[in-house]
Design a protein around this ligand. Structure first.
Ligand SMILES: NC(=O)C1=CN([C@@H]2O[C@H](COP(=O)(O)OP(=O)(O)OC[C@H]3O[C@@H](n4cnc5c(N)ncnc54)[C@H](OP(=O)(O)O)[C@@H]3O)[C@@H](O)[C@H]2O)C=CC1
Length: 314
């Protein structure tokens, strides 16, 4: 499977992985087991997804059945916004590793570059480990403090690589000024409606790999201009026509568009046939003209996610 070598460690990150957001908790262990059996070698989880325990069960069952070894699977997890303070970072990473039942993450990302930190000292470790936003008082933790704690996770062997998510250019450049270990990955929303060209260029220059999420299109495409003719990307005529030329599904064409640009993708599906189909994006090639045509759909794009937007959405 195609992979990208991460800076500093040189570890290979598969370009196609399995996303765990909204994977039903009740069937998550089975889904993860089946994803590994089907050939996925990257699992993209997060504390916020609420299914890491079940994902870990699926992974450990696949290991004990001899389908994979731990070192064959690239496991990503993320630090949620309420745990940016120095002491919370390690506590959370350890808690999440415990849920998975593994002793290291291949990649640990700061989920959003905003912090909603508990300021009440009696809530040093909040009762609900993913946080109860009603009890949170906004207390901005300087990103440098969070990043320093992320670096300590590397030094202690709890994580192999560290990175960020939903980060735009200015903060990336800021991190480089104080980082002992530069971010290896930036995970962002990226698809033909939100092509993120300046960010791709910047990350390319800095040697930071990009993982694209929502590759099959934004969930909120209506906000992007349904009134101006914007369509669900999966149903867009341009995608349909390219897919039919290659005898591939619309989803495969959307995933191929990213992978062919060297971007990793992490499609999620609760449906086994779609899960299998999403892995099969290596056996065909889009032409440069097709990539360009798809990228031109960005006419309906919205501003990249930023801290204020993310805050509003929580
Ligand atoms: N860092 C961050 O802030 C974020 C990270 N992510 C990560 O990215 C992953 C993927 O992103 P996500 O936004 O979930 O969206 P995707 O683009 O992967 O999927 C969107 C929906 O498309 C459906 N789908 C999947 N495969 C196919 C197919 N072949 N044909 C038709 N429909 C299909 C799925 O429904 P069904 O299950 O019914 O198949 C799914 O709910 C997440 O699981 C998560 O790991 C996501 C959002 C934010």
């Amino acid at each position: 499977m195609a992979a990208v070598a991460l800076k500093r460690t040189g570890q290979k990150m598969p370009l196609v992985g399995f996303g765990l957001w909204k994977v039903n908790r009740a069937t998550c262990a089975e889904t993860v087991y089946n994803a590994l059996k089907a050939g996925y070698r990257l699992l993209d989880g997060a504390g916020d997804y609420g299914n890491e325990k079940e994902a870990g069960e699926g992974l450990r069952r696949a290991i004990s059945d001899g389908i994979v070894k731990r070192e064959d699977v690239f496991v990503t997890s993320k630090l949620w916004n309420t745990f940016h303070a120095h002491d919370h970072v390690k506590a959370l990473a350890k808690k999440q590793l415990g849920l998975w039942g593994i002793d290291y993450f291949d990649l640990f990302l700061v989920h959003f570059p905003i912090s909603l930190e508990y300021v009440d000292p009696s809530h040093r470790y909040p009762p609900e480990w993913w946080g109860d936003d009603k009890k949170v008082h906004l207390a901005k933790v300087p990103f440098q403090e969070t990043w320093g704690a992320m670096e300590e996770l590397v030094d202690e062997g709890l994580v192999k690589n560290i990175g960020v998510s939903n980060v735009q250019g200015s903060l990336l450049i800021d991190i480089l000024r104080y980082a002992k270990y530069e971010p290896a990955v930036n995970q962002v929303e990226l698809h033909p409606y939100l092509t993120q060209e300046p960010l791709i260029k910047l990350c390319g220059t800095l040697g930071i790999a990009i993982t694209a999420y929502s590759s099959l299109g934004p969930q909120s495409y209506v906000e992007l201009g349904a009134d101006k003719g914007a369509k669900n990307l999966l149903e867009h005529d341009t995608i349909a026509s390219i897919a039919s030329k290659h005898s591939k599904s619309h989803a495969q064409v959307l995933l191929r568009w990213a992978v062919q640009q060297g971007l990793a993708v992490i499609p999620k599906s609760n449906n086994h046939d779609r899960l299998v189909q999403n892995l099969q994006v290596d056996a065909f090639q889009l032409s440069d003209a097709e990539i360009k045509e798809m990228s031109s759909l960005k006419a309906f794009s919205h501003d990249p996610p930023d801290a204020s937007r993310s805050l509003r959405e929580m």
